[in-house]
Design a protein around this ligand. Structure first.
Ligand code: FE2
Ligand code: FE2
Length: 335
């Protein structure tokens, strides 16, 4: 079977979502085939013909387990990979709780203003409903990494050169944010109004952020850096609500125990600590990425190969001090 035919068959299969064996061997096939348009039916008839001849290898459609990646996505912080962290360990994670990147350039000031003004409607809408806030905001937080990765992927194709190591990181960031969302969905169900709001906000935010990233990626990353600063603040407020008994500290959902490699006895509070630590890493990484673009030092591979780690943010302090010597104060300091 040539590649074109294989692609056609795969496309027809995914279109209906039913295994060939079911369609071929039951009455379901007859009723199904009657209900689909003629062109789709043609493709299915071809599929069954190929199947009967034994041409279609069932393994052809088998997705390798590592590609499913839904079962064991990798955490974004190395702290969660090496050992099972206790509540005390999670408390002790050095995340720079009060870190704030002072805005220096005009773009930085725009980014901070945008984020601070976005916070106002979020505070008014959700108030102290931290679980609902977390669900809604994670649907937004998972967008920038994917947008950045898409744009850098296309740029890599256009310029026909390596992306410098950004795409993998940005995709990992988007996956991490989506894992936050899936975790909170095990604890709280959004209302119909919240779901409608999420759909509307996604339509606007995705397109605006796409254009922003296209024209000024450094400000786009700065916006994400400031958004993550706000996320750290919000999750700290969430912790306070748990500590003061206004939100029940239930057992952690299994998805969280698996993803962050937590102890079996982990609770919601531990999950909030783990998510907050992730947000702190996104904050540092995105501010760092913005600085790298400002300094025209976008190739991350040097740091990655030196440290053997994916996340360059952990070398941020070192990189920043080196950059500042070179670039005449354009790079900034952490407050
Ligand atoms: Fe998040
Ligand atoms: Fe985040």
């Amino acid at each position: 079977m040539n590649a074109f035919k294989a692609t056609q068959l795969l496309a027809s299969k995914s279109m209906v979502g039913l295994p060939t064996s079911i369609l071929a061997s039951s009455n379901l096939r007859t009723s199904f085939v009657r209900s689909v348009p003629a062109c789709t039916r043609q493709v299915h008839l071809q599929l069954h013909k190929e199947d009967r001849k034994g041409v279609v290898n069932p393994d052809f459609f088998k997705v390798p387990e590592e590609l499913l990646n839904e079962v064991h996505p990798k955490p974004i912080r190395n702290d969660f990979i090496s050992q099972k962290l206790t509540s005390a360990d999670l408390e002790k994670l050095d995340i720079g709780l009060t870190k704030h990147r002072e805005p220096i350039t005009f773009g930085d000031k725009v980014a901070l203003t945008v984020v601070k003004s976005l916070r106002i409607p979020a505070d008014l809408f959700f108030r102290k409903k931290y679980l609902h806030r977390a669900v809604a905001l994670e649907t937004v937080a998972a967008v920038p990494g994917m947008v950045g990765a898409v744009i850098r992927h296309l740029r890599s194709l256009r310029k026909m050169k390596h992306d410098g190591g950004w795409i993998t990181h940005l995709l990992h960031e988007a996956e991490n944010e989506r894992m936050h969302l899936l975790t909170w969905m095990k604890v709280c169900q959004p209302t119909l109004l919240e779901r409608m709001l999420v759909t509307a906000v996604q339509g606007v935010f995705f397109n605006c952020f796409f254009l922003f990233y296209l024209f000024t990626p450094k400000t786009a990353h700065r916006i994400v850096g400031y958004l993550e600063e706000e996320a750290v603040i919000s999750y700290t407020g969430f912790l306070k609500e748990i500590d003061e008994g206004r939100i029940e500290d239930k057992p952690a959902p299994q998805i969280a125990v698996d993803y962050w490699n937590l102890q079996k006895s982990a609770t919601l509070r531990d999950v909030v600590l783990a998510v907050r630590a992730d947000e702190a890493l996104h904050r540092d990484t995105n501010h760092h990425f913005s600085d790298r673009i400002t300094l025209k030092q976008e190739d991350l591979r040097e740091e990655i190969s030196r440290s053997g780690m994916l996340h360059v943010a952990q070398q941020q302090e070192q990189a920043m001090s080196r950059n500042m010597d070179v670039e005449d104060g354009k790079a900034s300091k952490w407050a």
